[in-house]
Ligand binder design. Sequence first.
Ligand SMILES: [Ca+2]
Ligand SMILES: [Ca+2]
Length: 523
Amino acid sequence: MKKVLSLLSLLFMTVLLFACTPQNVQEEYDFKSLNPKNDIYYQIFIRSFADSNDDGIGDFNGVTENLDYLVDLGITAIWMLPFNDTDQDWLSYHGYRIRDYYTVNSEYGTMADLENLISTAKSKGIKVVMDLVINHTSDTNSWYVDAKSSVSAPFRDFYVWTSETTAFESFSGGMKDLNLNNPDVVTEIKDIISFWMSKGIRGFRFDAAKHLFLGDPNINPSNALVKNYTLLRELQLHARSLDPEVFFLGEVFDYTYEAYRQYYIGLDSLFDFYIASEIWNKVGARSNMQYFASNIEKALNAYKPYNSNSIPSLFISNHDIDRIASRGEFSDVNSLYDLKQAAAVMLTLPGSPHIYYGEELGMKGSNFEGTADHGKDLTGQGVIYDQYRRFPFKWGDETKETTWLLPYGDSNDHMSLKDSLLNPNSLVNHYKTFTHLRLNNPALMYGNYYKTWKDGHTFLQGYIRQYTYEDYTQTLLVVHNMGDTTRSLDVEFLKYVYGDSLEIPKFGTVILEIDSNKLDQYI
Ligand SMILES: [Ca+2]
Ligand SMILES: [Ca+2]
C-alpha cells in the first residue's frame, strides 16, 4: 500500500510539474492564436535558397522541399523577396523590377508550385509573407509601355512625368515610380493585395515605404510622410476587411526611430533599423554598452502612441546591407561570441525577429558599391553590385545548392548547414536554442512589454519581459554580459530559463524567471 501511495504521489507531482511548464500553459491557452502577428521569420531570397530541378537557380519547390529545416530552426513565418514576374536579366536578378503583379517569375516555377509552397507551409505552421513592390514598376510593365506611348495613353497617369518623355525614378535601373496620387493606381494595388490574399498570402512587406510619395515632383516633400502612412493605412483597412489577422510590414530605411515611428499608424510592423544599429554598436563594437537596454526602451516607447500593439521587425542583417559576419565590428577574434550574442539579443526582444537566410551559418557577403571595384566585371559574371550579400545558401548537399553566382572572395568561407548542425558549438545550434526559448516562453514571444533592468551597468545589460493573459503571467529577466570576462549577477529569481549559474561567462546571456509580484525590485 505504501508503495502504491508513493507511486501515486510521484505521479501527482509529475502531473503538477508538467502542468507548470510553459509549453503546457501554451496548449491550454493557445497563445499563438491570441497573438497571430508575433512570429519568428526567415527571410528567403528564392534564387539563392534551394534548387529543386538542377538548373542552378533556386525555386519555389526548393523552398517547399526544405520547410522541415525551417521548422527545426524554430521558424513560424517566411518573408520571400519578390517572386512576381520580373525582367530576367543579370541586373534584375533581385526581382524588384515587376513586369506583372499577377504572375510569378518563371525562373522560380509556376503559380501551382507557389500555391503548393503556401499550403505545405501552412500545414507545418508557417505563414507566408510576400514582398510587395508598389513604389515602382519595371519599364517593361505593360502599364508603363502604354503610358510612354503617348501623352493621352490610358495608363499615362499611372506614372509621374518630369518631362513629356521622362518618368520619375526613385531608384535607377529601369524602375519607374507609380503615381500613387492617382486613385486608379490605388484601386489596382488593392486588387493586387486581394489577389495574393486569395492565394493564401498572410502578410505583405512594403518595399521602399519612405519613397512612396517622397521625391515625387508633384508632392510637397513636407507632406510626403503623412501621405505615405495614410496610403498604407488605407491599404491595411482594405486587407483587414479580407483577413483581420493580415500582417503589414514596412521598410523605411532609416537608422533613427523618429524617422519611422509614425508609420505604425498604417502598419503592424516596421523593420527596426535603430535597434539593428544598437546591436551592431553595442554587441559588435562594444561601445557605450551602458546605454544599450535603455536606448532600446526609448525606441519601443516611441512606437506605442501610434500603435499600442506595435510589433517591431527585428533584424541584424538583410539583403540590402552587408551580412553581419562581414561587418568590421563582428570580424575580430571574438567574432563567434559577438554573432551569438547579437542573435541572443534579437531573439529575446519584443517584436518579430527576422533571420536572414544563411545568417545562422555565419555567411559572409558585402557589396561592391562605392569601392574602386564598382562597375567592373571582377568575377567574370557581369557587373557586381550587391549580389554577394545574397549568395547561394550552403547546404553541404550539392543536389540542393544553387549555382547562379560563383564563389568570390570569402563568400564561401563558412561551415555548411550539414556540418553546422553536427557541431554543438555552431552558430546554427545557438540560433535553434534561442528560437525555441522564444517559442516556449510567452514572455519572450508575445506582447511588447519591455523595461530596462535597473541594476544594469556597462558590462551587464538587462531587461524585463512579461506576458499576461487572464490569470497567467510570466516575467523574465534577460541579462547579457557584454564584457570579455566572467561577471557575477546578484539577483533574486525563481528559476533558470537559460543558463545554470549567476556567474555569466564572457559575452554570455542568462535568462531568469522572476516573481511577477516583486517586479518593482527590478525596474
Ligand atoms: Ca531551379
Ligand atoms: Ca514614389
